[in-house]
Design a binder for this molecule. Sequence first.
Ligand SMILES: O=C(O)c1cc(C(=O)O)c2c(n1)C(=O)C(=O)c1cc(C(=O)O)[nH]c1-2
Ligand SMILES: [Ca+2]
Length: 549
Amino acid sequence: AGPGDAELMNDAATPGDVLTYGMGPQGQRFSTLTKINADNVGRMVPAYTASLGGEKQRGQESQPIVYDGMIYVTGSYSRVFAFDARTGEEKWQYDARLPDGIMPCCDVVNRGAAIYGDKIIFGTLDAHLVALNRQTGKVIWNKTLAPYDAGYSFTAAPLIVKGKVIYGNSGGEFGIVGKVEARDVNTGELVWSRPTVEGHVGQLNGKPSTMTGKLNASWQGDLWKSGGGATWLGGTYDPGTNLLYFGTGNPAPWNSHLRPGDNLYTSSTVALDPDSGEIKWHYQTTPHDGWDFDGVNEFIPFDAGGRKLGAKADRNGYFFVLDRTNGKFISANPFVSKTTWANGFNKQGRPNFVAANRPSAPTAEKGSTVFSAPSFLGGKNWMPMSYSKQTGMFYIPSNEWGMDIWNEPVAYKKGAAYLGAGFTIKPLYEDHIGVLRAMDPATGKIKWEYKNKAPLWGGVLSTAGNLVFTGTPEGYLKAFDAQTGKELWKFNTGSGVVGSPVTWEQDGQQYVAVMSGWGGAVPLWGGEVAKAVQHINQGGSLWVFKLPS
Ligand SMILES: O=C(O)c1cc(C(=O)O)c2c(n1)C(=O)C(=O)c1cc(C(=O)O)[nH]c1-2
Ligand SMILES: [Ca+2]
């Protein structure tokens, strides 16, 4: 029959499979497995590799799903592959065959699929949601989510809660309407739709439902209509509070002088009721965002000191801890070396803005240029961090870079880029951009860090074997001691690793898998950093590792 609601909710506690993006609905990316551990990981070797083919080699940001002897991965250009989990032999592949006019902002990526019953479900760059039979790869249903020619696309892995597929959307750079939606997993029919910008009316069971809060209070005039707030990274779910947590992206346009106000609920974390889509609480990490700090970063529930908390390492360079039951602010500490836009946060959780470091309003063609750190690609971008239940630490894939940024005039036009800003990204240090950091959520202090020459762009996995895994654009999957940060193992996969690693147990052995294939936003938007990494070869393959027998 395949996995149902109970199996998905229990994913983190059942290491024989990987059923959810995040290795559990809370997205902690922590495995209880210990057969591969800090003492023996140095001996780990490849078990097999499987290719996605040569023609469509772009960024491979997918996290594998592992179930019943099969591995399911999504590939660049909206493809899905099913491989035999023991041999790597391909069982089927599905290619969404995209139209010419798709408009993803940041490479033709996909971050993974969802599994439920007999289905594998994923989203496409032309904004469809597709359910495939997991044994055959044949289409069961295929729904259009939004018009791709208005700038909508889809790159995240869907989340399944109580028989509903719950997902966000991409297109914040085109002034689309950010939304969270739920569909019946068996039919694909829409159950509810919840826009993430004040002013828009949602839907519940085919009837209009309104936003919580005062409509339009944080926007002027009609600006909310093209206000962005894309939920392009999807969300997490906490069964204990019965809340969905979604990050919302940048307000549109980037030029903040064209939209005075806080611009709720952009660059925020919102908590939603999975049954109705109602927004239960919201917390804005960058009010009136003027740097494309976005705010989609994953919000990971964790418990500490008897409290139900949640943490988010935001693109704006701050690591936030909130009370996940009500969104109350607890702390914000920088996890990168430089944050020019704000000097910390006050007790209410508002940033202390540095006014001089907001790009100015353009008087004619161009406003004055300011240097801002982090850059718009963020202290951390989409690549998910991990929370180790063993060490109590968060492991954050972060980057040290800044940007020259200036504002320009712009008007909304359907399907056209809606930025009103120009930029050049620059490294802050000569010897490194990427830094994997172990963060203590109680103190906001960094316990250890690993510096990498190229920007880190892959997800993180931690295990009860005292290990932390992540990939590098230089091609390595690396393993570190979770307590000390000592590098214990590395293997070069032949192309940049920007996927999220997973681990599981099969036939009494522990396996680790990751996708290899360089790409994502850095080569496209990285300015001086893009030039520094332009020699990295493209790829598209799944790598699976184990200890030698
Ligand atoms: O506002 C949006 O809708 C949106 C979507 C996406 C995406 O779907 O990949 C990215 C971004 N913004 C973005 O700002 C960004 O830096 C980014 C990096 C990447 C990537 O996959 O490397 N995607 C996106
Ligand atoms: Ca964006």
